[in-house]
Design a protein. Structure first.
Ligand SMILES: NC(=O)C1=CN([C@@H]2O[C@H](COP(=O)(O)OP(=O)(O)OC[C@H]3O[C@@H](n4cnc5c(N)ncnc54)[C@H](OP(=O)(O)O)[C@@H]3O)[C@@H](O)[C@H]2O)C=CC1
Ligand SMILES: O=C(O)CCC(=O)C(=O)O
Ligand SMILES: [Mg+2]
Length: 410
């Protein structure tokens, strides 16, 4: 009988036949989902025989939903993710400029999935633009509910924007003068809170303890945006001290504490975001867990993914560690020019499923996915994105790459 995943005292209770809601996604979403679900079912079957099985439940969002229901993100979809706790999704399109706001961001905000967890590591044999991709092994904890990314914006010329400008002009004249072209400026608001920072940084440090990592780096642009990004840095260090007993190194602000798990020192440090984007190329071995604000984390995750072979194998999960709610999804988008061509790499969604299984405690199924991905890549049977950069590789379709992963699980 299929059942719900629940949470008790902070621990997930996962039945043998859990219902898992999924969104197929726009653009290349259907191609990728078809390849991925076969891999997920095969991994569960190979790991547990008939004793465990996922009961997949499709829920609608994006273009498919709009065409069928007239609603981009129906309440029934939100209710399903609320009720069943753990889900997975393909990418959803967001138009640039006007049009609907991001459905991906809406899901994260409505379910308060405050961590966007994006591990970035190299799989042996994957072609990369850098000389030593093996040195990159980082885990991004991107704040997922705040920042300019939340989309609190005022379009120039609207009554709301005029009202906000009037309010600034009246109450904060010095601030208002800093708007270079006030007649035509649109405005955006960048909220960054102590609570939002604290829960994100706490989750990142806890991850470093649990997974025996050496450091957590707070990434920010706090020299310029002092009370948002700078505060993120300060609150991050404060969290390390208050929650984990970290003490300052050489007068600070870097600090460290001994892992309660291993007794080894874990260092908390910080880097300014632009410098970080060059450090990931020049000194990747010095970085481990990264805690970032929302927009910085968005940029860094695509850039880091490129270092280890591209966005085709860049997984992720949006998680609330307090309620247990989680929706796993790739780092990449809908790649519309490849839609319906059965061509793109399904690896990011497949590895997002691997993260989901590990989150559920189904580690044997997760391990089989890693084994299958490693096998398919080392046999040089890969999709176009890897094949174009690999000598002697065999070009596979999206669906065939899924099959190759399954074949390499044995
Ligand atoms: N979480 C989500 O649902 C996300 C949604 N989006 C949305 O997706 C839409 C398209 O965004 P866009 O900026 O084009 O970014 P995309 O990530 O969709 O695509 C950019 C490029 O990345 C490469 N790529 C993407 N997916 C894959 C894959 N599975 N396998 C191999 N290569 C891949 C392709 O490169 P190449 O051309 O070199 O082959 C592609 O042209 C936008 O509406 C955006 O808002 C974007 C990011 C996340
Ligand atoms: O929501 C979108 O369309 C883009 C989101 C995105 O790029 C991301 O979360 O990495
Ligand atoms: Mg992105």
């Amino acid at each position: 009988m299929s059942e719900k995943i629940t949470i008790e005292n902070g621990n997930l209770i996962v039945p043998d036949k859990p219902v898992i809601p999924f969104i197929e996604g726009d653009g290349t979403g259907p191609d990728i989902w078809n390849a991925s679900v076969r891999v997920f079912d095969a991994a569960v079957e190979k790991a547990y025989g008939s004793s465990r099985k996922i009961e997949w439940m499709e829920v609608l969002a994006g273009e498919k939903s709009f065409n069928q229901t007239g609603d981009w993100l129906p309440q029934a979809t939100l209710d399903a993710f609320q009720e069943y706790l753990v889900g997975i999704k393909g990418p959803l399109t967001t138009p640039v400029g006007g049009g609907i706001r991001s459905l991906n961001v809406a899901l994260r905000q409505i379910l308060d999935l405050y961590v966007c967890l994006r591990p970035v590591r190299w799989f042996e044999g994957v072609p990369s633009p850098v000389k030593r991709p093996d040195l990159t092994d980082m885990v991004i904890f991107r704040e997922n509910a705040e920042d300019i990314y939340a989309g609190i914006e005022f379009e120039n010329g609207t009554p709301e924007c005029i009202k906000l400008k009037d309010l600034l002009k009246e109450n904060f004249p010095a601030m208002f003068k800093k708007i270079r072209f006030p007649e035509t400026a649109g405005l955006g608001i960048k909220p960054v809170s102590k609570e939002g920072t604290h829960r994100l940084v706490k989750a990142a440090i806890q991850y470093a303890i649990d997974n025996e990592r050496d450091s957590v780096t707070l990434v920010h642009k706090g020299n310029i945006m002092k009370f948002t990004e700078g505060a993120f840095r300060d609150w991050g260090y404060q969290c390390a001290k208050e929650e984990f007993g970290a003490t300052e190194l050489d007068g600070g602000p870097w600090c460290s504490f001994k892992s309660p798990k291993t007794g080894k020192e874990i260092i908390i440090k910080d880097v300014i975001a632009d410098a970080m984007l060059q450090q990931i190329l020049t000194r990747p071995a010095e970085y481990d867990v990264l805690a970032t604000l929302n927009l910085n984390g968005d940029y860094i995750s695509d850039a880091l993914a490129a270092c280890v072979g591209g966005i085709g194998i860049a997984p992720g999960g949006n998680i609330n560690y307090d309620t247990g709610h989680a929706i796993f999804e790739a780092t990449h988008g809908t790649a519309p020019k490849y839609a319906g061509k059965d061509q793109v790499n399904p690896g990011s969604v497949i590895l997002s499923g691997e993260m989901m299984f590990r989150y559920m405690g189904w580690t044997e199924a997760a391990d089989l996915i890693i084994k299958g991905v490693n096998g398919a890549i080392s046999n040089k049977t890969v999709t176009y994105d890897f094949e174009r950069l690999m000598d002697g590789a065999k070009l596979l379709k999206c669906s065939e790459f899924g099959d190759a992963i399954v074949a390499n699980m044995d």
